[in-house]
Each structure stands twice: as structure tokens, then as C-alpha cells.
Design a protein. Sequence first.
Length: 248
Amino acid sequence: MPTRVDLHVKVLDEAVVDRAVARGLDAIVYAPHFERLPTVRERAARFSTDDLLVVPGREVFTGTWRNRRHVLALGLDDPVPDFVTLDGAMSAFERQDAVVLAPHPEFLNVSLDRADVRRYDVVDAVEAYNPKQRAVGDAPAAAARDLDVPHFGSSYAHLRSSVGAAWTTFEADLETEADLVAALRDGAPRRVEHRAGFGHRLTCLAEFAHLGWENSWKKVDRILLSGQEPTHPAHVAYGGRFDDVAVY
């Protein structure tokens, strides 16, 4: 049977699981900002049910706040911190043979562009649709059409109500995290789908409006200046392994 996966979700609780199931999803990828991999894995396992597989992911925040690139990784064995160079992150993903996805391509100053995707041959798929970006244009689809890389779609949900607004349907029956990772790595047949109508348009606008809080100075200050956030490369959990590629 086909498998419907929302490949990028930032929120996770009982309400998110209920909404995902109600919208016909079989799996979601949970990849919150600034949470270490063990924490993401534990939470994903806790909310997985017989009806919904929750797969852990890490959207790694590379580069500086002014010049940053977000990269989504699945199948990681070891944690990779935020605030490292793009080269450093990509090298860490390659060492682990992780699946590397390019979310929200060419979106503001937070995304991989066409040149980045062509430069790093470890990129397994590029996003062709998400509601937040669709609110202001069709850049993901345009970028995806230009790149000889498989596509994916997601809700990129920062709001519970957005979960399941867009998804990727794989032709194969994917039952486990390993199944999904293998499907993405192997370029398995899939199609990108999304909801439509006035309600979906409101979802797109609501997700885009959320950017105001997401990029507020309060959040920047909390993340950058404390130096003790869970995914900061100086955190004791990384044991100094990323000091040579840290940007803060």
C-alpha cells in the first residue's frame, strides 16, 4: 500500500498525532529546532502509535545567523550541532551515511539554493512544496524542476493546525524509520501532494506569519548568547568534536 508521509514537522503532541491520523498520514518526520538528537528520538518514540509512525529528524542550522543554511537529516547515529559551517555539517552527514534533504529551497536567507544542491552530491532530495513558502511564491517548485534530484513535500508545520497540509506519497509500504530512510536514499518512486481551497490558503498565510516570532531577537539572544543551548557546538555533549567548524 502507498505510504503518506509529512516529511517535516516542528511540533509534536497528542493533538498533532490525532490531526495527522485524521488527515490520512501514515508517518511524520519530527525535526524541531535546537533539540539534540537523543531528545528528538525519545519524543518521537513516545508519540509513535499503531496508526502513525513518528520518525526523528534534525534540521541543522548551519552558518551564522545572518548567513545561514538549514539542512534536514534523517538516519543519524550521532548528534550534529547547530552553528557549524555548511561544509562541516555535510561532512558529518556523509560520514554517517545519513539521508540529507534540502528543505524550503531558496527561502529568504535560511536555505540551500540551486548552487548548494549541485555542489553537495550528498543531497538526496529537494523540497518542492511547503505551505509557508507557498504563501509568497513558487520558489520550491521552480528550484526542484531545475535540479536532477528527487523531490519531496511537507507541511513544514510550526503550527499544529498545519500538520498534514502537504505530504509525500511513496508507492511502497513503509513501516519503519529504516524503511523511510532507505526509500529516500534510494530515490524510491513518490509524488508530492497538498491540500487545496480557501482553508489551505489560510494555512499558508498563518505559517508565513509565524516567521515574525521565529526570527525574533529574543530567540536569537537565547540561542546565540547563552552558549549553553543543547545544540550549540560548545555544549559539553559534543566533546569539542566540532570546534574546528563552529561559527559561534
